[in-house]
Write a protein that binds this ligand. Structure first.
Ligand code: ZN
Length: 273
């Protein structure tokens, strides 16, 4: 009966409160066990679920909202929005272009890095390519890539983040993927930090970090990654990528990943290649 239970519980609580004796703390675990034994199975499952939810939400909130941006003070970061000018990058019939999306994300990241007292260097600030800056390579495309790497190497940047958008013939493909240079432990660690933060935005379909045999990764002498932040070929993700607030989220995720990297983090997620 409820009355009896209430009557039986009261003495133990009262004893604890009245005496305020540390030794009485020992009574608490016993009391908890006593309570748990009286709960039925459904109530226990519900309690465990709520505890798990609280733990997950707390962890995510702390992780997402509180990157240690102090570690970015004075860090020279090359922010490289891919493509530009005659090269639209991934595009579709509706006129969506990779070069426009990544430039906007880069501008946002540039602003965030500035606020964090970092020293961001952006490879392009408008709709143009960089091939004229480095005419020593054989093709226009290579000249464009070489110019970007040259900037990072010449200033000996602390890190370089190339921002790209993906496209696939399979509309179901979605989520971020971050490429790293397999010859560089720092590149791999930076990729894992950024990918982990990006994956928090798109847990469904997020890829891991992937070894990339790309010109920029091969030739960069500083920790460099290529972040493919999402697929414009996936209708849902395309909608997000066209939304200013989501672009801001991506910029903040990359900023948080950079902060994690300079803080020394870098637990590698699953490597898909
Ligand atoms: Zn691209």
């Amino acid at each position: 009966m409820p009355g009896c239970r209430h009557h039986r519980q009261r003495p133990m609580i009262l004893v604890f409160i009245r005496h305020k004796n540390p030794a009485k703390l020992l009574a608490l675990p016993l009391y908890a066990v006593h309570l748990i034994r009286r709960l039925d199975r459904a109530a226990l499952v519900a309690l465990a679920f709520i505890a798990m939810l609280v733990a997950l939400l707390t962890q995510t909130a702390i992780h997402v909202l509180a990157p240690n941006t102090r570690v970015l003070i004075g860090k020279v970061i090359v922010v490289d929005p891919g493509h530009g000018g005659i090269d639209p990058g991934a595009h579709d019939r509706e006129g969506t272009t990779e070069k426009e999306i990544v430039l906007d994300i880069a501008r946002r990241l540039f602003g965030l890095l500035g606020k964090a007292k970092g020293i961001p260097i952006q490879t392009r600030h408008g709709d143009w390519s960089l091939d004229e800056l480095y005419p020593h390579e054989s093709t226009r495309h290579r000249q464009d890539l070489a110019a970007r790497v040259h900037i990072a190497n010449r200033i000996n940047a602390d890190a370089m983040v190339c921002i790209h958008v993906n496209k696939s013939p399979h509309a179901s493909a979605r989520g971020p993927v971050t490429f790293y240079n397999q010859a560089s432990q720092d590149s791999r660690r930076l990729a894992s930090c950024i990918q982990r933060r990006l994956s928090e935005l798109q847990p469904r379909g997020a890829g891991g970090i992937v070894k990339g045999d790309f010109y920029i990764l091969r030739n960069s002498k500083v920790p460099t990654v290529i972040a493919e932040v999402g697929f414009i070929s996936n209708p849902e993700e395309k909608k997000l990528l066209l939304t200013p607030s989501y672009r801001q989220d991506i910029a903040e995720a990359i900023l948080a990943g950079l902060a994690d990297f300079f803080e020394g983090q870098g637990v590698s997620p699953a490597i898909t290649n």
